[in-house]
Design a protein around this ligand. Structure first.
Ligand SMILES: C[S@@+](CC[C@H](N)C(=O)[O-])C[C@H]1O[C@@H](n2cnc3c(N)ncnc32)[C@H](O)[C@@H]1O
Length: 293
C-alpha cells in the first residue's frame, strides 16, 4: 500500500488492526508524545505532506519503520527531523504589535519601579517560550535596547526556547532573508539593528548580547533556570490538547516572579484556567499577571 493510502485507510477506519496501518497510528501517538501536536482526522494531509518525504529520504519501509528508527537511542536526528517537519513555525517581527507596546510603555516601566522599590537585584529576565526562528526574541530585544539607554547598570536578558532544533539554530544565528525582515520591520529598525550580509540581514551584536537560546519542549518538566519576570508564550498552546495546555500554563506560572507578566497569542484567552488568569488590558493588549505582588 502507498504511504498516502496507509494514512487515508487509517484515518478512515479507526478500527484498523494493530500493525495493519503501516504504523500510522503509532506515528500519530509518537508525534503527540514528542511535541504535543495531535494529528486528528482533519490533519492527515500533514503526515503525507511533511512526514512522507522523510520516510522516502531515509528509505524506510513504512511509517512503523520510521517510528522504530526514531525511537532508537541513535534516532535523535530523526526525532529532530520529525519535530521540525510537523511543527508550524509561522512568525514575524513585532507580531500583533500591541504586546511590544505594552512591554515598552507599561510592563517594563512597572517592573523597574517594583524592583527598585524592593531593593531586588537590578535584573529583568524574559522568556520567549516557543520562539520559533527568533523574530519574537529580537523584537523584544529591540524594545530592551531602546529602554536600556535609560537604565544603566541593569542586567536585561531574554531566553528564547523552542522544541524545534532547526528553528533554534536559525534564531541563534540571527540571519534573515529580505522577505523575513520585510514582515514587521520598518526601515529604521532594519538599519539600526541589522547589517546587510549574504543577501540578507544579520542581527547586530548590540541586540544579540541580550539573547540566549535553547531547545526546550514545553510538555516536559522545565529545567531549573531561575524565575522570569515576563513570559511570552504565544501561538503554540493552540496546538496542544486541553489538559496539556492547562498543564503548560499552570507550570509556567511557577516560573514567573511575583508580580511578573504573561503574554499569550492575540486570539488566545486563559480565563478558563482559573482566577489567577484574570486578563488585563494595556496598550490594547490582553495579558496576565498570574502571581500577585
Ligand atoms: C506558530 S510558532 C509561534 C512563534 C512565536 N511565538 C510567535 O507567536 O510568532 C509555534 C512554535 O511552537 C513550537 N512548538 C510546538 N510544540 C512545542 C512544544 N511542545 N514545546 C516547545 N515549542 C513548541 C514550534 O516549533 C513553533 O516554532
Amino acid at each position: 500500500m502507498s504511504l498516502a493510502a496507509q494514512v487515508q485507510a487509517t484515518l478512515n477506519t479507526k478500527a484498523a488492526a494493530p500493525g495493519a496501518d503501516g504504523g500510522v497510528t503509532a506515528l500519530i501517538d509518537f508525534i503527540d508524545e514528542l511535541c504535543g501536536v495531535y494529528l486528528d482526522d482533519s490533519k492527515g494531509y500533514l503526515i503525507e505532506s511533511r512526514i512522507a518525504p522523510i520516510v522516502r529520504r531515509l528509505e524506510c519501509r513504512d511509517y512503523a519503520d520510521l517510528v522504530n528508527r526514531a525511537k532508537a537511542f541513535s534516532g535523535q536526528e530523526i526525532r529532530s527531523d520529525i519535530i521540525d517537519a510537523i511543527t508550524t513555525h509561522e512568525t514575524l517581527f513585532f507580531r500583533d504589535e500591541s504586546p511590544f507596546k505594552a512591554l515598552r510603555f507599561k510592563v517594563i516601566p512597572d517592573l523597574i519601579q517594583h524592583i527598585e522599590s524592593t531593593g531586588r537585584q537590578r535584573r529583568v529576565r524574559i522568556w520567549s517560550a516557543a520562539c520559533s526562528t527568533g523574530q519574537e526574541v529580537y523584537s523584544i530585544a529591540m524594545v530592551l535596547h531602546d529602554i536600556a539607554q535609560d537604565l544603566p547598570g541593569w542586567d536585561l536578558q531574554i531566553l528564547g526556547t523552542d522544541v524545534s532544533p532547526a528553528s533554534v539554530a536559525t534564531a541563534q544565528r540571527g540571519w534573515y532573508s529580505n522577505l523575513e525582515v520585510g514582515r514587521g520591520l520598518d526601515a529604521m529598525s532594519k538599519s539600526n539593528y541589522f547589517s546587510h550580509e549574504a543577501e540578507g540581514w544579520q542581527v547586530a551584536p548590540q541586540l544579540q548580547r541580550f539573547t540566549k537560546f535553547e531547545v526546550r519542549n514545553l510538555l516536559k518538566p522545565y529545567p531549573e533556570r531561575g524565575l522570569f519576570d515576563i513570559v511570552f508564550c504565544r501561538n503554540v498552546a493552540i496546538y496542544f490538547k486541553p489538559d496539556q495546555r492547562a498543564s503548560v500554563f499552570n507550570r509556567m506560572v511557577e516560573t514567573i516572579t511575583p508580580g511578573g507578566w504573561l503574554f499569550v497569542g492575540s486570539a488566545e484567552r486563559l480565563s478558563d484556567l482559573g482566577p489567577q488568569f484574570t486578563p488585563q488590558t494595556h496598550c490594547n493588549c490582553t495579558c496576565y499577571r498570574p502571581k500577585p505582588i
